[in-house]
Design a protein around this ligand. Sequence first.
Ligand SMILES: NC(=O)c1ccc[n+]([C@@H]2O[C@H](COP(=O)([O-])OP(=O)(O)OC[C@H]3O[C@@H](n4cnc5c(N)ncnc54)[C@H](O)[C@@H]3O)[C@@H](O)[C@H]2O)c1
Length: 442
Amino acid sequence: MTGQSNRREFLRKSTETAAATAAVAALGGVHSMAAEGKSTVNIGIIGCGGIMTHHVKGLVGRREDVSINYLCDVDEAQSAKMAQITSGFQSAAAKKNGRYEDVIKDKNVDAVIIATPHHWHAPIALAAMSEGKDCYIEKPISHVYNEGHQIIQAAKKYGRIVQQGSQMRNSPVTVKAEKLLKDGVIGEIKVAKAWTAETRQVVKPLADSPTPSGVNYDRWLGPAPTHAFNRHRFHGTWRMFRDYGNGEIGDDGIHDLDMACWGLGVTGVPKQITARGSRMMLHGHASDYPDNLTCSYEYDDGRLLIYENYPFTAYGLHGFDNGNVFYGTEGYMIFSRRGAFSVFLGPKNQRGPTEGKELRGRRGYIEHMAEFLNAVRTRNANTKANPLTAHRSCALVHLGEIAYRTRGRLDFDTKKEQFVDCDEANELLTKKYREPYTLPKV
Ligand SMILES: NC(=O)c1ccc[n+]([C@@H]2O[C@H](COP(=O)([O-])OP(=O)(O)OC[C@H]3O[C@@H](n4cnc5c(N)ncnc54)[C@H](O)[C@@H]3O)[C@@H](O)[C@H]2O)c1
């Protein structure tokens, strides 16, 4: 090649690259790592509590190709604790702040990891996507049913990558089980069961108390109704209250429901939902929720998904405190997100394949975060816990809870996504947001 044609080739490539960059940026918002050819993902951490500590320790410990630009929390003590974990990981220390708005407006941030209580997931994620940020959103992506739709729409509109924190989807145990199920090891799967059978203790109610210094409690409450500071309505224990969480079914249950959807291969939402629950074990428990709940979901093709929650078993079911059974025409598979599965075949329950010792206990955290970070780099939006997949699983949390709170048995119009003849239930598909923390419009 002559010097001149070399230069022409260079100019042509530069023009193509510039055009591609502009096109992706126009389509996808502010950042387009693939077009820019960079691999370090600049991250904003939003919500520096329990699971985020696990995530950040993982990113730091594995020396992932990320830069942690922000540690955002409405409680200064939480971001300060997280700063100790990130100290020394990168040359510039992460900025600590309490306003997620400042994180998502920063043009250098590519993606955010959101691990707040559930009532904050959609407001933060929608705002972040509108600013061109990709989002790893802890499970469940939605606090109420309709938020799931908004997240699907926003991801499409702004060309964003979204991964729900349902990590078992990416475990090598799941990959192995999926191949077997697809190859028909247990025939056609007709029924999937999911359970949460973790032992829970009574938590007694507590009086309100002064807000600890360094905490912006109004912001912690955000879109939820205003309330005096209460230790239970704060770190960790917020799960007991409808204003911020989704009960056991939306806490650990969502993982098991999600894997039930995976095994059953659901491609929609159920047309009929039944739910029953009561308080029969944890008397005096400060929670808004029943201490046991059984839901069943029937899909358009007649297949069934059953969810059971027992908070008092020391023994679990089939040996697992969290798990699934997939019942097929040729056998059944016991599966647990604790990282195991076993297959039983035919009328004599002959033992079939298992996950094998080498995969036992693999829970998918590393692979799931890696899939997200790679998707941010390559712009492959079809992650294993993408918004549509996540919404179909979260739908079961919301529809089950609504059935429990209303008639116990409800029909759902899967096209209109409305309950049939039950205004009371339809109202619960959404909620009121306290000003100024309303849901951003998509
Ligand atoms: N994937 C998993 O296995 C797994 C495990 C545990 C929890 N989770 C999920 O992770 C999320 C967090 O749960 P957790 O147990 O870590 O809760 P947590 O209470 O320990 O932490 C939540 C943090 O978010 C902060 N926060 C609240 N509002 C905020 C806001 N507007 N801006 C910034 N920070 C804010 C709180 O101050 C707190 O530090 C939930 O969605 C939960 O369901 C997932």
